[in-house]
Design a protein around this ligand. Structure first.
Ligand SMILES: [Zn+2]
Length: 479
């Protein structure tokens, strides 16, 4: 038995649909005032009936296919009963496998890397609860909390894995790959605040399982697991029994703390949702979706390597940031030079946007568009500007949104390849650097010094190849 066993329960909102799962309230609740995005259905008032969103079923089926799960012919919904303020109905409509397999996906195999596979237990479609907003100081100080039901009823996917992870790094790799798949499917914008959450269960040395809830971003998951493994190891070494319990992650203090004692499955009193009939998906439903699946990250990787001849390293950097990969391909449509454009994007361009990388719309809000990069790289390849100048021009485009050629004109940045102008520069350097000129006749190294002076004289714009030829000519002449 392996020493550490980690399983995940991931919740991802289907952000690609405009409405909630069972009503027409907005799916995107983030910019709304509290409790303004609600209706009779998502608040569960008596006499209302839920109507399921067809797109939500399609998107969750696509997720199941992408994660290697089996999709059944028919799906069912269940009521999970619990009394908690985030649920206005006192039950959540979710899926559950009681009479055989009836959730949107199950028994998946996910290839983490060449040597490791993670089993996906099941994928279910359910509604998101509302949000409890604790006031400063928390419940202990204020003795009250606020509730916002705008999120209640938003379509949510729950992905449950077997406890196949043996260390936090594998978990991080899995979550990164999962995010990329969700982004490539176009169903979940994982960068939106609260769109992905993770519960983790951790056990060591075959002991009891501890569940950690409330990890509100994938970034925090690794920290929470590391903390929990250390805590359990320390208890084990002191012969203290590790209880099966639910703990919460405090992302300010970076610790887990004990929450309510864990409910057992039977506490929820699952029963089939009487207001939603069994939904027959049919044979063609899955095969049709399979035929129209968007390109997944590993397929895109293969294409970048084979079609664009990019290195695996470069392809990985691009594909690990879907928006950057999209930007790359949009640029290629305007000017086809894959290697040059990819290198420019993953070095100069990426270093400039690094600060904004957390914002989901960072590329949309940028003033730099694919057309700018296409023109800039064309200018480098046409030997019109140097690579160093190109970076300076890029900085100016970031601020102004002007076209590279316009910036280059305004700032006199075009390379000087005109021999007469360069010869004047060489003459001027030969006049002021007499010692170096003498050196250069006997010492080849000194020629580079002269070239440096010519570059400086022309503010870095001299075409170095032509300048070097002129310097050599000039040295030979005066011999
Ligand atoms: Zn509603």
């Amino acid at each position: 038995m392996s020493l550490v066993m980690i399983g995940l329960e991931i919740h991802a909102q289907i952000t690609a649909i405009n409405s909630k799962l069972f009503c027409s309230c907005r799916g995107n609740y983030r910019d709304l005032k509290p409790n303004t995005n609600i209706c009779e259905i998502c608040c569960g008032l008596p006499g209302t009936l839920p109507i399921i969103n067809r797109k939500a079923i399609e998107y969750s089926t696509m997720i199941s296919i992408a994660l290697g799960c089996k999709v059944p012919n028919k799906i069912m919904f269940y009521r999970k009963n619990y009394f908690y303020p985030d649920l206005p109905k006192n039950f959540q409509i979710t899926q559950y496998n009681v009479y055989g397999f009836s959730s949107i996906g199950a028994e998946g195999i996910f290839e983490l890397d060449d040597s490791k596979k993670i089993r996906i237990t099941r994928i279910q479609l359910e509604e998101d609860p509302g949000r409890i907003v604790y006031l400063e100081g928390g419940m202990n100080v204020r003795n009250s909390a606020l509730i916002d039901y705008n999120r209640a009823g938003v379509a949510l996917i729950e992905i449950v894995t077997e406890p196949d992870f043996t260390n936090p790094k594998e978990v991080r790799l899995f979550l990164n790959k999962l995010s990329l798949i969700l982004e490539h499917l176009g169903v979940c914008d994982t960068l939106l605040e609260g769109s992905v959450r993770c519960d983790v269960n951790v056990s060591i040395k075959g002991g009891n399982k501890v569940e950690i809830k409330n990890i509100n971003s994938f970034k925090e998951v690794e920290k929470a697991i590391n903390y929990e493994i250390t805590r359990q190891n320390s208890m084990f070494n002191r012969n203290i029994k590790i209880d099966s319990e639910t703990r919460h992650w405090d992302d300010r203090k970076k610790i887990t703390f004990k929450a309510r004692s864990k409910e057992e499955e039977h506490d929820y009193r699952y029963f089939p949702e009487p207001d939603i009939p069994v939904i027959i998906l049919g044979d063609n439903f899955v095969s049709n979706l399979q035929d129209h699946m968007p390109e997944l990250p590993n397929q895109r990787f293969d294409r970048f390597v084979s079609k664009y001849k990019l290195s695996e390293h470069t392809s990985n950097i691009l594909i690990n940031d879907k928006k950057l990969a999209d930007f790359f391909e949009a640029t290629l449509k305007l000017y086809f030079s894959p290697m040059e454009i990819a290198n420019f994007l993953i070095t100069d361009f990426k270093s400039l946007i690094e600060d904004d990388i957390d914002s989901s719309d960072y590329l949309r809000n940028l003033k730099v568009k694919p057309a700018h990069i296409a023109e800039l790289v064309k200018m480098i390849e046409g030997n019109k500007i140097s690579r160093i100048t190109a970076k300076d021009i890029l900085v100016k485009i970031f601020d102004s949104g002007k076209l590279p050629s316009e910036v280059a004109n305004n700032t006199n940045s075009f390379k000087i390849s005109d021999e007469k102008t360069l010869m004047d520069a060489v003459e001027s350097v030969f006049n002021t650097e007499k010692c170096a000129v003498e050196d250069a006749r006997t010492n080849h190294e000194a020629i580079n010094f002269l070239l440096g002076k010519v570059m400086k004289f022309t503010n870095g714009r001299a075409d170095p190849k032509i300048a070097m030829r002129l310097i050599n000519n000039r040295l030979n002449e005066s011999n």
